[in-house]
Design a protein around this ligand. Sequence first.
Ligand code: ADP
Ligand code: MG
Length: 598
Amino acid sequence: MLIRQLTETMINQIAAGEVIERPASVVKELVENALDAGASRIEIATAGGGLTLLRVTDDGCGIAADELPLAVARHCTSKLGDDINDIRSLGFRGEALPSIGSVARLALRSRTADGDGGAEILVEAGRVSPVRPVAANRGTTVEVRDLFFATPARLKFMRNERAEAAAISETVKRIAVAFPSVRFTLSGTDRTALDLSATEEDGTFIRRIGQVLGRDFTENSIPIEAEREGVQLFGHVSIPSYSRGNALQQYAYVNGRPIRDKLIAGAIRGAYMDALPRDRHAVAVLFLSLDPALVDVNVHPSKADVRFRDPGLVRGLIVGAIREALSRQGLRSATTGAAAMLEAFRAAAAPRPNGSHHAGWSAVTSPSRPLDAGFAEGVQTMFDTGAGISGDTRAGTAELPAEALRAPLGVARAQVHQNYIVAQTEDSLIIVDQHAAHERLVYESLKQAIHSRPLPSQMLLLPEIVDLPEEDAERIAAHAEFFRRFGLGLERFGPGAIAVRETPAMLGKTDAAELVRDLADEIAEDDTANSLKERIDRIAATMACHGSVRSGRRLQAEEMNALLRQMEATPGSGTCNHGRPTYIELKLADIERLFGRR
Ligand code: ADP
Ligand code: MG
């Protein structure tokens, strides 16, 4: 066999296979270059889903005429100093422009602040033209036509124009979130235009996040902020009643770089485990910043994957910060619910043309019909006076203990429709979903009980020997102590094997080999073994569901009040195990407004 050196163009085309997967990847690389050049305004134009034309114009520092040939040459970059461990720019590999030039028709036009005039260089399927002077504004314009014309095999894999155009929008939005002071515009015959005006930098990014993810999100999200061992985290995450059917609206950034990372996705899932059903996903924008030496971005040419030096730390930071924020907001979900309820009441009075802006979102529970006769019929009076709600009309609130009225969930006044507790505070009316609330309380106390001491285990008649790759066996053995707390008893069994002697009794009959392999994968991935705890918590949730007060059970006044007090004392009790609110609070002022008294 003859061994030959590949041509420069072939080498670039091979690199392009990894860096330039579709038009959106070109946009990502060009926008990153513009940001690295310090642009404050970036215009993107597309045609034919970006396959016919892609043009990115910026007002950044520009490229000097005599450097244009270097900019399109492989492995030439102005961004990397002498240390590959200290990457502070979005680009560093020096391969985007030559890769694009090897598979398309590329025109690079630029002018620096101190240069005499503009200059242009063309690259067509790898053939570079001489630099020539052109008229140009300060900054850089990169035009890419006929993407993949030089690599027809790749062209065949492109989806339709609309899908490619949508992927470009998604890419631009994702990057734009991390650069609120830069204006981004996106236009073209293949799309609806997008204009993200620069928002002032207030440190929370909330206005830019609102531009990209919508006001619905900003109104239904809570800020998070945390720091641990030099790793900083801030961002905004959705409240449990605002969730989506997929995880696409989870944006994560490491030192300003948008990344897709299983560790972060897993941490978000873990944080919401108690608050969302398994098939719902939180919306989240998370910014991590840490010393560039503690994170490796040089994992894949697309620079979207990262590896953290200490994955467990990052996971713990995210889970902790989100959980803390969720327990803080317990009350908020109740007012969101109330807002939806007020909206529905108003809608009943005067139908509005554009409907509810919550359409398409799950769970913000709003009553489907206004107060009706059935409501009145269902009222069961609960007080010894036998007067209930109408008694209150006579007696006023004077007879109710003032102290209890000041409690966040007030005093129970009645149970209606055999499931809703109506309570009264000093200035509001509270409606509690008795089943949902109780289920949550049972779950929280079960979890407490479960994790406060080692879990019971079930001895296997014969130990099960699980064969694993040696690294996995080692990782599992290193976590043996941790597993024992959950009732999983195992030990090393020679090279590449683990002997399982006991399994957690709560899991019932278990495939020990499968469990151990899953755990090994998980530890390999992010150095934690949370799925065992998660499995056990899930069982607790199921048990809670069966063990809790079904709707339909009549409660005595004392029982209702006891439930209210317990809810107040339990973090996380504002939402049920499925993320719906467990109670709704209607302010007296809002009720009065409904009746036109204000
Ligand atoms: P990298 O971004 O990894 O350095 P690229 O191939 O994307 O590699 O770009 C090569 C070089 O061209 C960059 O290092 C930079 O000096 C220059 N360059 C590319 N795009 C721009 C731009 N929009 N403005 C200023 N300089 C640019
Ligand atoms: Mg680049």
